[in-house]
Design a protein around this ligand. Structure first.
Ligand code: TXE
Length: 491
């Protein structure tokens, strides 16, 4: 049993009221570590430490030095990737082959943004009046609060922490109460890399801790990954202090197979979209839209694949799908499957808890396919965040577009077609922050990621993420000796 502590101002501490909560392995439902439940006082201390570190150290350190610390952190994450991935898999049940890749991808993200730390230049702007010199400075915001969810703690954190640090902000991190361990391990690596005290602080606990954190006046920025309901609460808190937020929320992403697609490749893409990570990803391609001429064939093929998925211990390299990450999520998925049946979607396979000898102690749900789904049904509208695919037929491009965009979400979408004109035409019309063509669930440090509509706003990864952690200052310098008219604005 491990007993974790929190990181505040460079010190590892218990909660000031000594409260803790257990963290549970979803594969066997065994408690394996305790995590501190931060008090309001702890949260205040963490923000104060971040503010001090911002004012006294981090905002004064030059970009090259910030970058070198971030490169060290990236190296340490790579070096410890095996350890970190085993821990993350133990904590959230995600298969080891994915968590291992995610650790290296997190390191890649720190390197990508480290490369920007000494290149945050402003610009010189030519004005109508050439006796005025105008230029901009790109400056950090101050203390950034980073709140993450349980599905990919290290990877989600890298999306936020890397651009925040590169652009000169200090941070207070609050990981999900379901999976705090690996974030705290990253805290240890931050220290080993040599970051000054107070630049990175980590407080742990439930939603109350997040709520306290997002109401503090000294906080200058919030970046959140989680559910829509929480996103709304946090946005409300942020609006009281008029601070900017980045919201990375859920999705109900359409993965669209046209009649001219390479069907084999499209079906693999559909599997990647919904069964990878057991569907517990914001970009899950949970609505599979299929042209009616290939609908039956596609159902047959995806069902075959779904039935063949290897469920098992997520620490085992052969396992393709692990358990659902926690009990709350497990119950939610089962309740959505029940709704699907009640609304008369056709359950083709799966749809139940797996209770065989080896898996019955874990939160396993069999890969599920619902056919003849109408886009008005709950399973096509609400985020399930589990291995549940809704297959919806369409007659033509226009109908596919109408169905795809008929969602309150707008995070990701996939198009499968050999017609290059159709791909670009369609990509332009999709209401989605991310569009893949002839692939799905592919990511890159350089490519901006984020949603439209109720999937959120702001962008993570790529150059665009830096813009969310900086503000622009405009400086105008008079070069002339003319005496101005003080009662008229000068142009
Ligand atoms: O998320 P929450 P949950 C979706 C998915 C899932 C649903 C709920 O559909 O079924 O959200 O999941 C912190 N102020 N996604 O309940 O509650 C919380 O402690 C500040 C999509 O796990 O949003 C945790 O650290 N913070 C998503 C974080 O918010 C608060 C990934 C996320 O928890 C808070 C996960 C409050 N009032 C779930 N209440 C994605 N975008 O990928 C909670 N938190």
């Amino acid at each position: 049993m491990k007993n974790y502590q929190m990181l505040i101002d460079g010190e590892w501490v218990n909660s000031s009221n000594n409260e803790t909560f257990p963290t549970v392995n979803p594969f066997n439902q065994k408690m394996w570590a305790t995590i501190p439940q931060a008090s309001d006082e702890d949260v205040q201390l963490a923000v104060k430490a971040a503010k001090r570190a911002f004012e006294n150290v981090w905002s004064k350190m030059n970009g090259l030095k910030r970058a070198s610390l971030m490169f060290k952190l990236a190296d340490l994450i790579d070096k410890n990737a095996t350890y970190l991935s085993k821990l993350e898999t133990t904590d959230n049940g995600k298969v080891i082959r994915e968590t291992k890749t995610q650790m290296h991808f997190a390191a890649r993200n720190y390197r990508f943004f480290a490369g920007y730390a000494d290149k945050l230049n402003g610009e010189v702007i030519p004005l109508d009046n050439d006796e005025l010199l105008d230029y901009t400075l790109r400056e950090p915001l101050g203390v950034a609060v980073l709140i993450t969810s349980w599905n990919s703690p290290v990877s989600l954190l890298a999306n936020k922490l890397a651009p925040a640090l590169a652009s000169g902000n200090t941070v207070v991190i609050k990981p999900s109460e379901h999976t705090s361990a690996t974030t705290l391990e990253i805290g240890k690596l931050v220290q080993e890399a040599g970051f000054p005290d107070g630049v990175v602080n980590i407080v742990t606990g439930d939603g109350k801790v997040g709520d306290t954190l997002t109401k503090i006046k000294e906080v200058n920025k919030i970046s959140f990954t989680g559910g829509v309901k929480t996103g709304v609460i946090i946005s409300r808190n942020a609006s009281e202090n008029l601070i900017p937020v980045t919201m990375e929320l859920g999705g109900k992403s359409p993965n669209i197979i046209f009649e001219d697609a390479d069907l084999e490749a499209a079906i693999i893409g559909a599997v990647a979209g919904i069964y990878a990570a057991g569907g517990q990803t914001c970009i899950a391609g949970s609505r599979l839209l299929v042209h009616q001429s290939i609908y039956e064939e596609a159902i047959e093929k995806i069902t075959d694949k779904a039935k063949g998925i290897i469920l098992g211990n997520p620490l085992d390299k052969a396992t393709e799908m692990g358990p659902v990450a926690n009990e709350q999520q497990f119950k939610h998925i089962l309740s959505m499957i029940k709704k699907g049946k009640e609304e008369k979607a056709e359950l083709v396979c799966g749809g139940e808890r797996v209770i065989n000898e080896q898996l019955r102690s874990g939160f396993f749900i069999s890969p599920t396919v619902f056919a003849n789904v109408h886009n008005d049904m709950s399973i096509a509208r609400e985020e399930i965040f589990g291995p549940v695919l809704s297959v919806i037929p369409f007659a033509d491009e226009e109908e596919a577009l109408t169905i795809a965009n008929d969602s309150e979400y707008g995070l990701a979408a996939g198009i499968w077609s050999k017609d290059v004109k159709r791909i670009h035409r369609f990509a332009k019309k999709l209401q989605s922050g991310v569009v893949w063509a002839n692939t799905y669930r592919v990511t890159a440090a350089q490519a901006p990621f984020g949603g439209m509509k109720r999937s959120g706003h702001g962008r993570e990864r790529g150059y665009h993420a830096l813009l969310d952690y900086t503000q622009v200052k405009n400086v105008m310098v008079n070069l002339s000796n003319d005496i101005r008219d003080p009662f008229s604005i000068q142009v």
